[in-house]
Design a protein around this ligand. Structure first.
Ligand code: XMP
Length: 335
């Protein structure tokens, strides 16, 4: 157990000693790790840090605004916000294979980031929110033989950009990163967010990714998350859920929850007309390690409210289903 203020001042000193008066760039995703890394490095070197936020068009609703408000407005961090959705959508057109989609999104991300990094010509360091479990995972990669899903990261960037790596969270576990984030002034709700995959909605839109699908999915997903946060959790404590405290709502009582877009049309009725529109699936799981997971037994009333709201508020969707598959044999994501 460590003392947080001491830890922060040590970490700050270490970063200052390491980078001196150099400039640093960091890819800010809005996720916990890159956010905490950004807050810590900003605490140490202020304006010598520039964050780059790449919007690939496959982010959750209002994600860009949330990141800009929190970092640029509230903390005074320099953030370059790049809307690259056109470029990503263009490269994803016609592509249906999940691994292929991941590769394209990862590759384009590196492209966009590199282009921006070159403009930041004074930067000598690339900061990343690598945490201890990532270090272990990549060390073990060769031994496992194959990776089941290629996870999104920005490997290879430091070499091509000729930058040195700054990874101030390398020794920390996830729960320590979260505590550090809170101590650095990041809001509890942001630090205890569910994980969000690098390829984003790209792997939650089954098959070909289209902007139209992403727009529908973003709305449905936001309604689901809003209702999970709003609905009190009164059941007994779920062992192993890391909300930093006993969960008070269903968002905190689940490990990951999201909507999935199914490019399938089904028939419905609306007023005295017939509709023929798309389906979304809701997924909510509880897990300790994301290697195995159980589907969350959400209250039927909560599911009913979410379904009604999605169908009434999101024109283009007329059916909502709930995923009751465990992992294994299903995975948490649908792709
Ligand atoms: P699965 O679907 O394999 O997911 O049961 C386990 C955890 O990994 C996340 N996930 C990803 N994260 N890039 C990421 O950064 C990816 O391509 C990716 N695929 C899955 C998933 O959200 C869950 O938390």
């Amino acid at each position: 157990d460590w003392n947080m203020p001491d830890y922060i001042s040590e970490a700050v000193e270490k970063i200052r000693a390491q980078v001196g008066s150099d400039e640093v760039i960091l890819g800010l995703s809005g996720g916990v790790d890159s956010s905490v890394a950004a807050a810590l490095i900003h605490r140490a070197i202020g304006d010598q840090l520039t964050c780059v936020f790449v919007d690939h068009g496959l982010l959750r609703k209002d994600e860009g605004k949330m990141v800009m408000d929190m970092f640029s407005k509230n903390l005074g961090v320099k953030v370059v916000n790049i809307d690259a959705s056109e470029q990503f959508m263009g490269h994803l057109a016609g592509v249906t294979d999940p691994e292929q989609k991941r590769k394209i999104i990862g590759r384009e991300f590196v492209e966009v980031f590199q282009e921006q990094a070159k403009k930041q010509s004074k930067a000598r360091w690339l900061a990343q929110g690598t945490i201890y479990p990532d270090v272990i995972e990549s060390a073990g990669k060769g031994k496992k033989g194959q990776t089941i899903k290629s996870h999104h990261n920005v490997g290879g960037l430091p070499e091509t950009l000729n930058l040195k790596l700054l990874e101030p969270l390398r020794e920390l576990f996830k729960d320590e990163v979260r505590k550090l984030g809170v101590a650095l002034g990041l809001p509890h709700d942001m630090v205890y967010r569910h994980p969000f995959p690098g390829p984003g909605l790209g792997v939650r839109i089954l098959g070909e990714v289209k902007r139209e699908y992403a727009d529908l999915l973003r709305e449905a997903d936001a309604i689901f998350i809003e209702e999970l946060r709003k609905t009190p959790f009164e059941a007994p404590m779920v062992p192993g859920i890391d909300a930093g405290k006993a969960p008070v709502n269903w968002y905190e009582a689940t490990s990951q929850a999201f909507a999935v877009f199914l490019p399938v049309k089904s028939v419905g009725v609306m007023g005295d007309g017939r509709t023929y529109e798309y389906v979304v699936a809701l997924r909510a799981v509880q897990t300790l390690d994301f290697m195995t997971a159980q589907w969350a037994h959400l209250p039927h009333s909560l599911l009913g409210t979410v379904s009604n709201r999605i169908i009434n508020e999101v024109r283009g969707l007329n059916r909502v289903v709930y995923d009751i598959s465990g992992k294994p044999p299903a995975t948490i994501e649908w792709e």
